[in-house]
Structure formats: structure tokens, C-alpha cells
Design a protein around this ligand. Sequence first.
Ligand code: AKB
Length: 339
Amino acid sequence: MARRPAVLITGANGEVGHGLIEALAARGDCDVVAVDLHPLAKSLRPLVVNWQAGDILDEQLMQRLVTEYEVTTLFHLAALLSTRAEYSPDIAHEVNVTGTLHLLKLAHQQSSWSGRRTKFIFPSSIAAYGIQSLEEKAALPPLKEWEQLAPTTMYGCNKVYCEHLGRYYAQHYQQLAARPSGVGVDFRSVRFPGLISAETIPSGGTSDFGPEMLHAAAKGEPYACFVRPDTTIPFMTMSDAVRALLMLHRAPEERLKQRVYNITSFSISADEFRLEVLKAFPGAEICFDPHAQRQAIVDTWPRTVDDEPARRDWGWQPEHPVEVAFAEYLVPRIAARYG
Ligand code: AKB
């Protein structure tokens, strides 16, 4: 009995998973198998051929899936984000690193079975960066992929290491073996900025202050922002983030000059974010009440990143610069969502 080709998504119930499953279903050219610790949202179930509530570290679960499905692409979205990971660094390491290693092995196994390089799409993050001081942050030009990689969070360390692991599996796996095993894994990664979704509210991240502010305003709730007004990092709409994953997925491998790409859309401060929110919800009650430790994390993340290689190699361009993001995408959807 032949196995059915399928795209496997881990962390499928998370923010990016929601958008990705909907986008893949709209395209309708592949079967999706979804795995998440929690049962898949009811609205997403009709869009996938199989969903499993389980742990990516559960070898039996994952091996059971690959007896039924030939995984052609793996979107590995499951992770503990930067704030949550600081409360449980050991668990974060287990999920973010050991989980990724297991899935790279699984992708390698799939490539060996099919004779085709399984694609492994991995969202990394601006948390991979670690800038040492606010003065340096203010002075730095948009960061390139290889600059300032000394993250201060467990999540950031995990992301940098997994980027390297992916490159290793793609290019150097068992390099000393007499006969290399299989065709290897086609690992590709984007470093996401803070993501803003109209449909879901983030949890466990440190860039969450932006989307939290917007959703609170739309719900008519007061919001105390946990970073200073001048705090500036890059952001992107969830729709652009999902487009980026799909563009990178489709790009011919020979066009890719690197395995990890920065992408960005717009950089604004927390206060500029507040002003955008006030344009749409003039009565919104937003104040600033910085949390010293979370502030310290965001202060190590860059104001801007250089995404020229992504533009050059696979045509990356955001659809939602800041005005469009708020006025045409986020606000109308969020307003409709909360009535
Ligand atoms: C987080 O805040 O941890 C994430 C990220 C920037 O990767 N949103």
C-alpha cells in the first residue's frame, strides 16, 4: 500500500499554524497532517486530512504518522516562545532543540525512503540576535543574518542552534561516512520579526505587546504595555508571515544562496504602535508599565534587519507596510471580529 504524500505541520494550533493551514487549504494542492499538543481548533479540522493531539517528542506518534504519509514538506512551527521559555528553560530546550533534532532525523528518514529531499521549513526569529546595549542598538544599521548572534534568552539560543543544525543536516550530515546515507534534508529558515494577527492573540512571546495592545483596544479593554514607549523592533502581519513561508517553500533550491533569511516589513516603536491603534480606536486606554526583565529582552533585539538576501533569492516583499497593515488588514478584521 503506497503512503499518501502530505505536508506535516507541527505546532499546527498556534498562531502561524492557523494562517498556514488556511493558506494551504485555499491553494488546495496538498494534503495537510497537523500535530499539536492541544486538539486542533474545530474550524481547522475540515482543512486537514489528519490531526493528532500529541507531543513532537513522542517517537511512536511520529513514526505512526510516517507509516501512513510520505512527508514531502515539514513546517516545524512548534516552539516555546521567548517569555515562556525563560520560566521553564529546560522544557524549552527539550521542545525547541530536542524536538527539532527529532524532526530533522525524521525528515532525513523520509528523504531516504522516497529518494527526494524532504523540505524542512523552520521559523526562526529576531530573538536569535543579542545586542549588548541600547546605545549600540540605536547606532546599528539593519542587521545581516550573521551579525550580533549572542542571544540572551533560551529561546534565542535554541533558534540559533537549530538554524545551524538544519544547515548541518542539509549540507554536512555524516560527512565522514564511507557512503553518505540518503539524499539529505532541504532545510530552509526565515527569521520572523514580531508577528501581528487579526485572528489570534499571541501568548508566551516578548514581542506580544504590539498585538496585545491592538486586540485590547478592539475589545474595549484598557492595556498596560510592558515595554517603554521608545522600544523599537520590526513587525509583520501574520498574512505576510505565512506568505513568506510559502514563498520560501516554493523557491527552487538552486536559487537559495543561504539557508537562513531575515525578513521584515516595518519597524515602529511601542508608542508609534499605540498611535496607530488610537487612529482606529480613539477611545483606547493604553498606558506604559514596563516590566524590567521583559524590557531587557526586547532591548537586545534589533530595531531593523536587512532582508535583501530574501528579496534577491526568492522575491520576498511584504504586502503590508505599516499604513496598509493597520488600515487595510488588521483594523477591519479585528473590528469585525469583536463587533
Ligand atoms: C517572541 O516574542 O518570542 C516571538 C519572537 C519574536 O520570535 N514572537
